[in-house]
Design a protein around this ligand. Sequence first.
Ligand SMILES: [Zn+2]
Length: 339
Amino acid sequence: MPATQSKITVINNPGSGLPGENHRELLQHLGSPTWITVKGRDSTRRRAIVTLLHGNEPSGLIAVHRLLSGDLEPATDLGIMIAAVDAALSEPMLSHRYIPTEKDLNRCFSPPYSTSQEQLAGNIIDIISDYEPEALIDTHNTSAHSRPFCVAVREDSRTQAIAGLFSDTLVVIDQQMGTLLHHLPAGLPAATVEFGGFMDPNADLLATETLRRFISIDQLPHSPGTPIRTLRHPLRLETEHHLDVAYSSSIDESRDLTIINTIDQLNFHSVSAGTPLGWFTAHEHRNLVARNISGKDTYGEYFSHTDGLLQTRVPMTIFMATTDPVVANNDCLLYFTPH
Ligand SMILES: [Zn+2]
């Protein structure tokens, strides 16, 4: 199994000579984390795009390959970070969020930087800090079906305006999880864009069209053109210890917990108290937690489990609900904001 390389290869002004017929061939040519810069019409300003922090979320990379292979003329200089190339190249290609023996790269941005993944994260922060972009977009796909949305760690009008170029929904996350967004230079307007599910062709199209605009408009907006739906202080429903989680329409008694396999249909919907989410095989509570920003577990306030049925206890908006058992255990089952 390969390992993440901490060194970043730099390619300045590839022109139309960007290698590869498609994003897969591009990745094979790159072979390691890469920073590509492109000259724009106004070289006194710069914008930045980070793609592929997760090796199985290619919409941003597909868009970047399409745009740089075409006749795109950036308004400002442009820097593009293609991050988890090693994870993406692990066979089968584009199937690993991260290399199975390693960590989620988007949880490695808090110093100190000891492992090669953490050193890569530190190098990414250094390159972006030195580049001094006027705005940054970090591209992702969701692990289940979802409408597109943005994530930010601030909600000033500049950040809202940048997010508004990509989606009408902004999630503001205050929990410190070692993500890129939390460790960018202070004052840099930045948003993560979740373009939709990782196999959704609409996500690739949306990434191409919205990134084209982000790259090519002369002036980025300073305030959002249309109102943005903002979801603040979300909580995460997580597993405290490893749970055998299945996604199915009927209970799988060989697992600890079966989550209803259409739970992603609830993403960004308001649900009422008593909405069923799944079934525990044993009837007692099995290690689900929902920690608030001070670390207190609030699971019991917001969820109930009667006779093995896991359900909401209060009205809430659910989003980023996954249908991937690996994500359920290693990241979280879903995010929610109680009403
Ligand atoms: Zn991601």
